[in-house]
Design a protein around this ligand. Sequence first.
Ligand code: COA
Length: 389
Amino acid sequence: MKVGIDRLSFYCPAYYLDLAKLAAVRQVDPNKYRVGLGQERMAVAPPDEDVVTMGANAALPIVEADGVEDLDWLLFATETGVDQSKAAAMFVHGLLELPERCTAVELKQACYSGTAALQFACAWVAAHPGRAVLIIAADIARYDLRSPGEPTQGAGAVAMRVCAQPRLLALDPWRGTYADDVMDFWRPNYREEALVDGPYSTRVYLNAMVECWKRYRDASGLQWDHLQRLCCHLPFTRIVEKGLQQLHRQAGWPAWSAEETARRISYGLAYNRQTGNTYAASLYESLTALFDTCPDDLSGDRIGLFSYGSGCTAEWFSGVVQPGYRAALWSEAHARRLAERVELDYQQYEDIVTLSMPRDGGEYVFAQYRTGPFRLAGMSQHKRVYERA
Ligand code: COA
């Protein structure tokens, strides 16, 4: 029985900052961000958007198209949780009016947790054919103003439906995994902004990529040329180029020409260049972009996927694109969502990211920005109040 990803729905906030504008204010060459990091814009979540609203907005098309009756689990992967106790998944459960028997939990391991959710979901469906799991990966990547991580900030969400006989990607059974207790990136509970040792984090990511590849290769018996396309976790899109160089140096991958690299990699970078890092959603945003923007027929192609979460846990896995996959995509809606965003100037960006949530338990009604159907309407007695517009 095939098990895997049946639907992919992407959502990002309606606002962005052009990194050329950030470069001008920070007095750096804009090519450092555009070429050196491979980033063009960063998505900025307005004050009435959080991971709950982004996740619910991403999942809504799936729920409307496919219903909720066969859902056993809602798994919410994030490192931008809104509550230390109540799962973001529970708020979404309410907003989407999921059935009472559908269990909802939140998972965390930096940017890796969406992949944990996917593996759990596939195992569940394999044991319960005919049932389905809804996964949401959503995050807001935030670093200190003027820090090296600032141009890699971003925000966004991807919702996935996992079931048997999936319409998009049937997952292979093999995994290559790696875990090591390191401090490359972290966010203490008292901070809104993450802390990162960027150069160290990049080295750990690249090392994990090679170790995972070797284990995947040994487990599957496959070689690099069995993977027609490649999608990776993208803290910044240029990291894939570094990854390919590392695989070439340490694992015998060929040095691909620019055309070959573009064919296998570049379609999967299209959205992440426009949103910045979306942490848990990043790999699945890349996969969505590959499906949406690649003009070639991907049917039968095996896609290699590399998931990395700082701290660190990493995994190489793969899946095969299913015939007829295009009928299950929302490519036009995703393109429209990105194209219709509103550009912020630098001061608007700084005003939004330095705004803090109220902490005094008072009554607050939040200004209405552009969002999807779900928004954070305010706070009341320490409770978040969501609404469907
Ligand atoms: N034109 C083109 N490229 C330029 C350039 C210019 N004018 N100026 C600099 N660059 C290149 C640099 O050569 C470098 O490329 P290289 O890595 O191939 O050498 C790249 O741009 C970045 O420059 P660098 O000086 O290394 O940037 P930085 O010190 O400001 O930090 C990161 C870069 C990625 C380390 C930083 O943005 C960061 O920490 N990001 C967060 C990473 C993260 O989230 N990790 C955790 C999850 S995996």
